[in-house]
Design a protein around this ligand. Structure first.
Ligand SMILES: [Zn+2]
Length: 249
């Protein structure tokens, strides 16, 4: 293979790796935002569960206040009942006592209902808190992995830049100029494999004599269509696997 073509292939490999590393680095803020959103959502679940429990407790306290109010009335009626003079007064007071007792019974049932609901809401809060704790743990691990990857990506970029500089130093300036121009125009991909008579990136069919020249890998040839520098990969001969086996008679 032409030494400059070999260098150009290496240069492309380095640029592609560097591009990928840069893309991962550029994605970091978005990944961090996604982690933060997960945490926020878990925190909101806990806050909502606390809110529901607080509402339940407020409702229970309000009912208990009503119970106390009716109990106050009840004891007042009982005192009055001792002081009644007539049967008529006595029956009237008994009616009031019966009514207050009925109210208290209804309200106490409502308190019981709220207490049962509170048990459920307390378990729901515990579940939400456990989910938040486990989410926090998972996110801490993700952040740690991201920080490690961040350092690795920077180290690998530095390494790739050093290797690139070394190749550029020995590469023919004209070949480098072609590479840089095409790379700029073609989103960082200046080199393409030619296979089965086509450019594998833009898929344009190459003229047979051009493809034959490319197969030798002895010249720097660009694709007519996308201008990428083309090379050919010699593959080991395919074993004959296409023989059709006859089904047994
Ligand atoms: Zn092409």
């Amino acid at each position: 293979m032409h030494p400059d073509l070999e260098r150009l292939i290496s240069l492309q490999r380095l640029d592609t790796a560097a591009h990928e590393a840069e893309r991962r680095l550029a994605d970091e803020p978005e990944r961090e935002t996604a982690l933060e959103a997960r945490l926020t959502s878990a925190r909101q679940e806990v806050a909502a569960a606390k809110e529901r429990l607080a509402e339940n407790q407020n409702a229970r306290r309000a009912i208990e206040k009503d119970v106390a109010m009716h109990q106050g009335r009840l004891s007042k009626f009982r005192e009055q009942a001792m002081a009644v003079k007539t049967n008529q007064e006595y029956h009237a007071i008994q009616k009031e006592i019966g009514f207050a007792q009925g109210e208290i019974k209804t309200l106490e049932d409502a308190v019981l209902e709220r207490m049962l609901e509170a048990d459920e809401l307390t378990s729901a809060l515990k579940r939400a808190e456990a989910a938040l704790a486990s989410e926090q743990k998972a996110i801490d691990a993700d952040r740690k992995a991201m920080a490690a990857e961040h350092a690795e990506l920077h180290a690998s970029l530095e390494q790739l830049r050093a290797e690139r500089a070394e190749i550029v130093r020995t590469l023919d300036p004209h070949a480098l100029r072609i590479f840089e121009q095409v790379s700029k125009k073609r989103h960082g991909v200046a080199v393409a494999e030619a296979r089965d008579g086509i450019c594998t990136i833009c898929h344009v069919r190459l003229r047979p004599q051009v493809f034959n020249t490319i197969r030798k890998n002895e010249e720097i040839i660009q694709c007519d269509h996308c201008n990428r520098i083309l090379y050919f990969v010699r593959t080991p001969a395919q074993p004959a696997t296409d023989a059709v086996t006859q089904p047994a008679q």
